[in-house]
Design a protein around this ligand. Structure first.
Ligand SMILES: Cc1cc2nc3c(=O)[nH]c(=O)nc-3n(C[C@H](O)[C@H](O)[C@H](O)COP(=O)(O)OP(=O)(O)OC[C@H]3O[C@@H](n4cnc5c(N)ncnc54)[C@H](O)[C@@H]3O)c2cc1C
Length: 498
């Protein structure tokens, strides 16, 4: 049976990666125009099965969603909320059948292929059923953008715009939520249905707007001091970077909220720190726009000239990288840290990818899902672009091959981070800590140290040299150069992103 009165029925606000009530335009519109408003969040089976999804993401979403519902109740808004486990299209079809949908409100998602295909199916269905879908553009991310001539301007204008405030309109009325089919209503955090969850003991950052505001506040109250100096260090960056990334990735904060707080921040003796932070805010939009404009990079390199780039990595070296057992202390410490806490600073993320693709000679595709699962802040737009940049397959960026021993000596000079995450090396004298294989074997034997730490899986020096030669040679091929010109024309990567 199809619900027949188009002026009746419910208005559905579908929350995806925008789990907040502040500065949320679809919510504000639905509340002001609607009468019976349902706030909906969906854990879809395709998402739970996807290899980029991990339990830490699902928990973060759950925390953010339950916090949102609690706040809505405290505000006494006459709306209903539901969190379901079912395919989104089935949910909408069911709702339309039992209650009638007057209008659907959501943000436009720059997501993975499976969410895009789903949205296309929903577009067809709402058209057939004459349901208006008010799909709001994400802040400064444009669908179908062909070049970046005006993009930076548009981004700044959007960020300076007024924050949207949701408040209940005069027509809102309470209503009964329909009874859901068996198995749809979520009463606790769902779990992934694949077998590749990284596990990890935590603690992980917690989801929700209040938590997000706490990080925002403490950052500008003082943590920002030293941002520039500490950003490259695996230990210190955990405090002096903002740690806002999961809140931005899952939408507990809008970028506009962060930008405006940054603009109004008055932190003595932190001018350069603030400047460095501010430029990174635009990078977030830059990369998401890049993914929006060229979403095939979920599967293939942005520069098609690298389609035949030869790789010779072994399954054993890939497994060692994923488990943090390569025998290179900083690489292993970083991997174990991100598995257990969900966070790693930019430089160490870049080094992990560089080591995988250059030293271990694997294509970026071999590790991209693993780190997506590990990063609590997994954001497809940033993740796939950054992975390819660090793998050296864009043809437009400087090729960077990080030497993990040099990074270790520079960024963790006292070895505190390594000792924390690689307990086998807890008692290793500092002169050997960054490269334990340099300790003379007899000294090692007599020292009474834990000898279980693996030998290095590759020679950092010679593997790095071989990768450099291979990459530079390939970068000069016609196919790579032609593609580089095309990429620059569409994405006009700002030089600061090199
Ligand atoms: C291989 C690789 C994969 C990455 N995957 C992700 C991802 O899935 N999600 C994600 O949010 N970031 C990703 N990054 C970018 C960056 O490492 C993180 O945004 C940053 O470390 C998050 O910490 P923070 O919030 O404390 O950052 P801050 O330094 O405090 O920066 C504030 C915000 O600016 C944005 N930002 C900062 N650096 C970058 C950057 N290099 N590129 C784009 N935006 C940036 C983020 O939204 C960040 O939260 C990746 C980087 C690499 C090298």
């Amino acid at each position: 049976m199809q619900y027949s009165h188009s002026n009746r029925g419910i208005d559905v606000v579908w929350f995806k990666r925008d789990l907040r009530i502040r500065d949320h335009t679809p919510l504000a519109n639905a509340l002001s125009r609607g009468r019976q408003v349902l706030l909906l969040h969906i854990y879809e089976p395709t998402d739970l099965a996807h290899l980029t999804t991990s339990n830490r993401h699902l928990t973060f979403r759950w925390q953010a969603w339950t916090a949102l519902c609690k706040e809505v109740r405290a505000l006494n808004w006459p709306v209903q909320t539901a969190v379901l486990h079912a395919p989104a299209l089935d949910v909408l079809k069911y709702l339309h059948e039992v209650s009638g949908i007057r209008a659907l409100y959501s943000y436009q998602e720059t997501g993975l292929a499976h969410t895009f295909i789903r949205d296309q199916a929903i577009t067809r269905w709402v058209r057939i059923n004459e349901i208006p879908w008010h799909e709001q553009r994400q802040q400064a991310i444009y669908r179908g953008l062909k070049h970046r001539k005006k993009w930076a301007n548009d981004w700044h204008n959007t960020m300076r715009g007024g924050l949207t405030r949701a408040s209940p309109g005069p027509n809102l009325e309470r209503f009964e939520v329909p009874e859901w089919p068996p198995g749809w209503a979520c009463v606790e955090t769902p779990h992934v249905t694949h077998c590749n969850d990284p596990g990890g003991c935590g603690p992980f950052q917690k989801g929700g707007e209040r938590e997000a505001r706490r990080y925002l506040q403490t950052f500008f109250e003082g943590r920002v001091k030293g941002y520039r100096r500490q950003i490259g260090r695996p230990l210190e960056s955990r405090k002096s970077c903002s740690r806002l990334s999961p809140y931005l990735a899952w939408g507990c904060l809008s970028m506009r909220q962060v930008y405006q707080t940054f603009q109004n921040a008055d932190v003595p003796r932190a001018k350069m720190d603030l400047k460095a932070f501010g430029s990174r805010l635009r990078w977030q939009g830059h990369f998401i726009q890049k993914f929006e404009s060229e979403c095939r990079i979920e599967f293939e390199s942005v520069n098609r000239g690298y389609a035949d780039f030869p790789y010779h990595g072994t399954p054993e070296s890939l497994a060692a990288w994923k488990e943090g057992k390569t025998g290179i202390p900083l690489v292993d410490a970083c991997m174990r840290c991100v598995i257990n806490t969900g966070y790693l600073n930019f430089r160490m993320r870049a080094m992990l990818v560089s080591f995988l693709t250059h030293h271990l000679d694997h294509p970026w595709q071999a590790g991209v899902e693993h780190l997506a699962r590990c990063f609590l802040d997994f954001e497809p737009g940033i993740h796939f672009s950054q992975f390819q940049m660090q793998a050296g397959v864009t043809g437009i960026n400087t090729i960077r091959i990080y030497n993990p021993v040099k990074q270790s000596m520079e960024r963790d000079s006292e070895g505190l981070f390594i000792r924390e995450w690689v307990p086998e090396l807890a008692k290793m004298p500092i002169e050997y800590l960054h490269s334990p294989w340099t300790q003379p074997p007899m000294e090692r034997l007599w020292s009474g140290l834990d000898l279980t730490y693996a030998d290095p899986i590759v020679s950092v020096e010679s593997a790095g040299r071989a990768a450099r030669e291979k990459l530079w040679k390939f970068k000069k091929t016609n196919a790579v150069r032609e593609e580089a010109t095309r990429i620059l024309r569409i994405h006009v990567a700002p030089s600061s992103l090199d």
